[in-house]
Design a protein around this ligand. Structure first.
Ligand code: SAM
Length: 224
């Protein structure tokens, strides 16, 4: 049942951790982790009743109701100090939503948690939030599944100021270094997409958006 995407998220979860999976839907991730004996305790947290019911069903079917809690709450508000959570996973949402969940739930984080984040889009906005909140990216990976490209960002709070260049924010500090085939393909596709938009804009007979076209050409150069 576990997608390759969630399997790769799971691979980043340290052995014997206590995990809160925010936006868990079917709770596939905490269930898998518990069956693997990789975690000691799990919370499958959901803001919506339907997905929470999916989680409850799945956890019950796997006989794990005593070791994975289900909670209905907005984001990190489900996490309490007595849960002793040391790993937070947030997967399968936009980067802006993940960023908002972290921002709104700051007071529920001790700062010792490992964050494992899988934004579907808007990775740059999420990296900017991490930097501005003194989270250091400790690892990243990128994968392709069913025609989609997914980035996974692992981060931990630090006492030191965190600084990333614009390039690192956009492309990912580790992904830049790894320079994997999937990474190259993602950005080649992005160039193609922007070129198509430029071609469309160039078709305009009147009021051609010259500034917009130029900024898009600049973006292509940057990606190259
Ligand atoms: N994490 C699973 C995965 O990666 O396959 C499910 C992803 S699903 C597309 C996104 C889930 O996040 C939905 O079930 C939605 O209800 C939940 N969600 C959205 N905003 C949330 C919030 N603020 N707090 C908790 N869950 C949220």
């Amino acid at each position: 049942k576990l997608s390759q995407r969630l399997k790769v998220v799971a691979d980043f979860v340290p052995q014997n951790s206590r995990v809160a999976d925010i936006g868990s839907d079917h709770a596939y991730l905490p269930v898998y982790l518990m069956k693997q004996k990789q975690i000691e305790f799990g919370i499958a947290s959901e803001v919506a009743k339907g997905p929470l019911d999916n989680a409850i069903q799945e956890i019950k079917a796997e006989g794990l109701s005593d070791r994975i809690d289900t909670r209905l709450a907005d984001g990190l508000l489900s996490v309490q100090p007595q849960d002793k959570i040391d790993c937070v996973t947030i997967a399968g949402m936009g980067g802006t939503l993940i960023k908002n969940i972290l921002e709104n739930g700051k007071s529920h984080l001790s700062g010792d948690e490992l964050l494992i984040l899988q934004p579907n889009v808007g990775e740059d906005r999420l990296r900017t939030w991490l930097m501005n909140n003194q989270y250091e990216i400790s690892d990243e990976t990128i994968l392709r599944e069913d025609g989609h490209t997914y980035e996974i960002i692992v981060a931990k709070k630090t006492d030191e100021p965190v600084n990333y260049t614009e390039q690192e924010i956009k492309f990912g500090p580790f992904l830049l270094k790894q320079h994997s085939d999937v990474f190259v393909e993602k950005w080649e596709n992005e160039i193609e997409r922007i070129e198509m938009v430029i071609d469309q804009m160039n078709l305009a007979k009147h009021d051609k958006p010259v500034d917009k076209i130029n900024s898009m050409k600049k973006e292509i150069e940057e990606i190259k």
